[in-house]
Design a protein around this ligand. Sequence first.
Ligand code: SAM
Length: 289
Amino acid sequence: MTVKEALQWGRQVLQMTGQGVQEAGRDVQVLLGHVLGVERSALYAHPERELTDRELQHLTTLLERRRRGEPVAYLLGHKEFFGLDLLVDRRVLIPRPETELLVEAVLTEARSRLGRGEVPLIADIGTGSGAIAVALAVNESRLPYLYACDSSAAALEVARLNCERHGVSGRVRLLQGDLVQPLPEPVDLLAANLPYVGLEEREQLAPDVRDFEPPEALFAGPRGLALLERLLLQLRERPVLKERAKVFLEIGYQQREALEAFARQLWPSLQVACQRDYAGQERLLILSF
Ligand SMILES: C[S@@+](CC[C@H](N)C(=O)[O-])C[C@H]1O[C@@H](n2cnc3c(N)ncnc32)[C@H](O)[C@@H]1O
């Protein structure tokens, strides 16, 4: 089978499972590029190239897994986030483009403080693949070190590989435990993309998310607020935040009101701001202490 034939065949296989023509075409290009070890664009430079038996077998296996709904990022074993190639597998959530907004906001605040001669200490709670912590460490070399916490030992193993891959192992301190409990010292900036999907919404999730991503990285109680509320309670109870600290929370698109009210009960004079994502949804809650 040639490259051209494989692209057509693969697209038809994926379309039979209900994928649209464009999505199926893009997925098969990415998967075939992965099998052949070339960029997608290179596939069209040599459409007549014959696949070896081994390559065809590999492509067939990947198409079968994709047909059963497995996300492309897990099939490839990596995903781009904030311009970085991150390793991902089923131990971690696949980093989402919305979360780049949170990284941008934390970087902006960190740089403003660095510009005033301060060196902010940052923690990433629920680090998963390490996406947020690694992106911050790589993009701001003036941060001497930062913390990245997760309750899942398996996720922290992936985060460790990503720290090594991007040369920041010495600066990202990985800690296992519940929310902010493992932090050994107070921080200036706290970033968290914790699970915020409600168990009540489980059936409405896309099957590739629901059936393949780790449930402990997705769900947080019936309405998705359980972990974020518990995080705020921990912040209230423990000396986790330094003076003038800021907390950046990624939230579900209908959760701003409930979380803001919850936070105001704990700290009546708290300053709260909200940023929308590119789709116009309220996505990032910023609490200034
Ligand atoms: C939505 S994923 C986010 C992963 C990564 N920060 C990102 O943005 O791609 C949430 C992460 O929070 C972790 N988590 C869930 N419950 C936790 C808890 N009680 N304490 C710490 N981490 C927790 C999960 O293991 C998962 O890795």
